[in-house]
Structures are given as C-alpha cells and as structure tokens.
Design a protein around this ligand. Structure first.
Ligand SMILES: NC(=O)c1ccc[n+]([C@@H]2O[C@H](COP(=O)([O-])OP(=O)(O)OC[C@H]3O[C@@H](n4cnc5c(N)ncnc54)[C@H](OP(=O)(O)O)[C@@H]3O)[C@@H](O)[C@H]2O)c1
Length: 261
C-alpha cells in the first residue's frame, strides 16, 4: 500500500505518525510539499515517508490518496489533479459531501469520507467513515478503530459532535483559571485539571455505563456536583450547546466554502 497525502498539516502528521512510529513494516507514504516543516519533520523521522515535488507527484505515486487540506481550497486543489480510475480518494474535509467531491474530482475512483482524530498519532483514533470502504477501514484501522456512519447526514452529525472539542477544553481552562484565582499556582491548577479530566476520559473509555448513569455516579444527591450541574442547566447551558451543534450542522450541510458553482 502506498498512501499519498495532499495537505500536510495537523491531521496528516497524526495519521502518518500512527502509520509509521515503531511499525516494523510501515506503508510507503508520499506527502505534498506544502506544510514544509511538518513534511520535513515526518520525512526526517520515518524512512517510509517522502515529500514530493508537487501534489501531482503525490497522486502519481500513491495507490490511495488522502485529501487533508482545509475545506475552502479543496476544489482548487482537486481541479489540478487527475486520478487513475483504480485510485481511491479518502477525504478528511469537514462538510464536503460525496456529491461535491465527485464534482471536484471527476476522475477519482471510489470515494470515502472520514473524520480522523489527532489521537491517530498514538494509534488511538476512532475514525468515522462513510461509506464503508475496505481501504478506508485498512488505513484508519492501522491508526486506531473505525466506526462506519450508515449515512452521510450521520457522518455530518458526528463531525458536528467533534466540533465541541475546543469548547470543552476551554471549559477546563476556565476552571483552571478560576482555581488559579483562588491562590493555586497556574501550573499546578492546569496540571490538576488535566489529571482530573484525563482520568475521567479513561473512565469513559473503559466504562459500559450509559452517559446518564455515569453522570449520576459522579454526583451525590444534594451534593456539590449536583449543585453545579443544576446551576449550569438552569442557566441554559445544555440548550446553548444544542443550539451551537444545530448551527454547526447547518454549516456542514450547506454549500462548501470555496465552491462557486
Ligand atoms: N485537525 C483535525 O483534528 C482534523 C480532524 C478531522 C478532519 N480534519 C480536516 O482535515 C483537513 C486538514 O486539517 P488540518 O487541521 O490538518 O489543517 P492544517 O494543519 O491547516 O493543514 C492543512 C495543510 O494543507 C496545506 N496546503 C495549503 N494549500 C495547499 C495546496 N494547494 N496543496 C497542498 N497542500 C496545501 C497547508 O500547507 P501550508 O502550511 O504551507 O499552508 C497545511 O499543511 C481539514 O479539511 C479538516 O476539516 C482535521
């Protein structure tokens, strides 16, 4: 297998690291030249990785091409590429439908969409794909687990769910900042929060309980967790989150940026 990556940024770095780091027989990887520092870093670190002279060379060398540029330039980038019919194109672009990809890349063989996670670097991504595709399963199975969305709207909704990462982390930063305001050293505050929620993440990963049960298990009736939960619920926190998710889903299912047809 020879994977070509068009777009060598954060997510490509994570996938390529997971494919290569400590792997006895890693696949060949061809990277586009943009994102020079990331590409050079990966090529210096892993002998199976090579930076190509342009995007066309990536497509030439690869059996499977992963598209990982930012959505607004997807159309422009694909318009300059011509694929062989047996080449699979796997897109990581949020909010760019299969129909749009087909229009942007008429010569590509089969198409698949994906939502890889940065944890691919530790081979711990749970990558959602649609449609089910053997080659997409093989690629993302090598950097974690794969979940197949049974429809495109379902994949878009999962993509919207991943759009809450920054807000969740910002909530942790707010708590750490508040803690520092109580007199703890900022480093100690941040370290404490990372540990608390890192451990909670492990609980989530290994628990078979529902989220509602886990919530109940983390609060004593009449206790302090319950108080914060009620304060935030009463302030409309849950409704605000649903509203933000609705808005991001509308955006993901609307016309893709950079598409001027
Ligand atoms: N990051 C995530 O966690 C994540 C997760 C799932 C999906 N995605 C999707 O993956 C895509 C990439 O995200 P990212 O976070 O990796 O973005 P990023 O770090 O900004 O990487 C994008 C890369 O594309 C390169 N690029 C710009 N113009 C190019 C061109 N004409 N040809 C080839 N490469 C070009 C950029 O190079 P320069 O630096 O030289 O401009 C940069 O290295 C997005 O569509 C996003 O929706 C990201």
């Amino acid at each position: 297998m020879a994977y070509g990556f068009v777009g060598t940024g954060e997510i490509t770095a994570a996938i390529v690291t997971g494919l290569s780091d400590g792997v006895a027989d890693p696949p060949s990887v061809f990277l586009s030249p943009r994102g020079r520092a990331v590409g050079r870093g990966l090529a210096d670190r892993f002998p199976n990785v090579r930076v190509c002279s342009d995007n066309a060379e990536v497509v030439e060398q690869a059996t499977t091409v992963v598209l990982a540029v930012r959505p607004p330039i997807g159309r422009e980038v694909l318009s300059e590429l011509s694929f062989r019919p047996e080449q699979v194109l796997i897109s990581a672009l949020a909010g760019v439908s299969l129909a749009t990809l087909r229009r942007w890349a008429p010569t590509a063989g089969e198409l698949a969409r994906s939502i890889p996670l940065p944890q691919a670097a530790q081979r711990a991504s749970l990558t959602a794909i649609h449609p089910d595709h053997r080659i997409a399963r093989e690629l993302f199975g090598a950097v974690g687990q794969v979940v197949v969305a049974d429809s495109e709207p379902a994949l878009d909704a999962m993509s919207a769910a991943t759009a809450t990462f920054a807000a969740q982390l910002d909530a942790l930063a707010t708590i750490a900042d508040w803690l520092a305001g109580q007199g703890l050293a900022p480093d100690a505050s941040a370290g404490y929060l990372k540990h608390l929620f890192g451990a909670l993440g492990q609980t989530l990963l290994h628990s078979t309980d529902t989220l509602a049960t886990l919530t109940t298990k983390h609060m004593t009736p009449g206790g302090i967790n319950e108080q914060v939960l009620h304060d935030l619920r009463d302030a409309g926190h849950g409704e605000q989150l649903r509203h933000a998710l609705d808005r991001v889903l509308t955006r993901l299912q609307g016309p893709p940026p950079g598409d001027h047809e």
